[in-house]
Design a binder for this molecule. Structure first.
Ligand SMILES: *Cc1c(COP(=O)(O)O)cnc(C)c1O
Length: 386
């Protein structure tokens, strides 16, 4: 491959990805240096509850930093197993309604470590087509047979289970809230199928933890199926405002992963400052349900503003996808919005299927009613022009 050519081609197809350095502001804004208007309203962040700049996270982070230094110094199975990890794991297990939990360096690393630990060459994985790239990368590393079912299509999944379940281990892996479509998986039905076909069920709650469930325990909590899910995975990098990730499961499963998940075994423990922030975040989401109520009031407000302009069926969550189709048009609209002070990402293939480029509005608690109203009207203007 000629690298220069490849880049030129990507650019022609409006598929070239480029970094945009920003400075974050606490209240749902970003400053893009060089942008004429100064700051932009941030509709592109996963900081749903506005915790990244929360004083509680900052204070606890600082405290752990002072207490234990900047780094763990080693992998946890060496001399890096700080006591604070166990404290956080206990609280995460409680949050997720599981016996135990295990921390990973990031959600990407968790998926790449857990899936190959659970299944191997003679096994099969049933994966929703719209699963996140990190899940697919975990599946590749596992070298198990990969069977993909149509997004959220239980009939298709059951048909495939009937055909391909086999006699080895089988894993069904889904997201509880899909990051690019903002829709939920039919979790109770998936649990029923996994029990009927004797499979393991792994649920990625990256976008659901902190946002759904009475205590913020995610959709496994809201749907009341925490004890019937084998592995609940999630990240601290989204609603929890920090960094790193966890897997919550039975004590036996966690003991197994400690021995088998290579991205856990062969990687340095997370820095103390990060653990402090995550610990504070877990406590805050359990103790402050009003944060979730505030967020959903904003989500409803934004959807109502769009409905007034004829945009409906925008899904059940804080992630609001506006389907465009062509990548070039999605990019064009994103640029038009940028000029109006709105930062929303154009999501293009290969992140989403061909022909389904979209603008992804992610709503965070800090966005004001004025900001939401402004975005809704600018969006409809941009959609109707060109
Ligand atoms: C963001 C995301 C991840 C990765 O989590 P990080 O902590 O950012 O590495 C995994 N799965 C899903 C569904 C995600 O949206």
């Amino acid at each position: 491959m000629d690298i220069r050519n490849w880049l030129t081609e990507q650019k022609k197809k409006d598929l070239l990805r480029q970094l945009t350095p920003v400075e974050r502001q606490p209240e749902g804004q970003v400053v893009v240096p060089g942008h004429a208007g100064g700051w932009l309203l941030d509709f592109s962040s996963n900081d749903y509850l506005g915790l990244t700049c929360h004083s509680g996270l900052i204070a606890q982070s600082r405290q752990f930093l002072e207490l234990a230094g900047c780094g763990a110094g080693a992998a946890r199975l060496m001399s890096g197993d700080l006591a604070m990890y166990h404290l956080l794991e206990e609280e995460v297990a409680q949050l997720k309604g599981q016996e135990a939990a295990l921390l990973f360096g990031s959600g990407y690393l968790a998926n790449c470590g857990v899936i190959p630990a659970l299944v191997g060459r003679n096994d099969v994985i049933f994966a929703d087509r719209l699963n996140h790239a990190s899940i697919y990368d975990g599946c590749s590393l596992a070298r198990a047979r990969l069977v993909r079912f149509h997004h959220n299509d239980l009939n298709h999944l059951e048909e495939l289970l009937g055909k391909h379940r086999g006699t080895g281990e089988a894993l069904i892996v889904v997201e509880s809230l899909y990051s690019m479509d903002g829709d939920r998986c039919p979790l109770p039905e998936l649990v029923r199928l996994k029990e009927k076909y004797n499979c393991l069920l792994m649920v990625d709650e990256a976008h659901a933890t902190g946002v759904f469930g009475e205590n913020g325990g995610g959709i496994i909590e809201e749907d009341g199926v925490a004890d019937r899910v084998d592995v609940a995975m999630g990240t601290f990098g989204k609603a929890l405002g920090s960094y790193g990730a966890y897997v919550a499961a039975s004590r036996t499963m966690i003991d197994f992963l400690i021995n088998r998940a290579r991205t856990f075994i062969y990687s340095t423990g997370l820095p103390p400052a990060v653990i402090g922030a995550s610990l504070a975040a877990v406590r805050i989401i359990r103790q402050e349900p009003h944060l979730r109520r505030d967020l959903f009031a904003k989500v409803e407000y934004f959807k109502a503003a769009l409905a007034e302009k004829g945009l409906t069926n925008l899904g059940p969550s804080q992630i609001v996808p506006i389907m465009i189709g062509q990548s070039s048009r999605a990019v064009q609209i994103a640029h038009a919005l940028r000029r109006q002070g709105i930062f929303a990402t154009a999501v293009r293939p290969p992140t989403v299927p061909e022909g389904t480029a979209r603008l992804r509005f992610s709503i965070t608690r800090h966005l004001s009613h004025e900001a939401l109203q402004h975005a809704a009207s600018q969006l409809t203007t941009a959609l109707s022009s060109g």
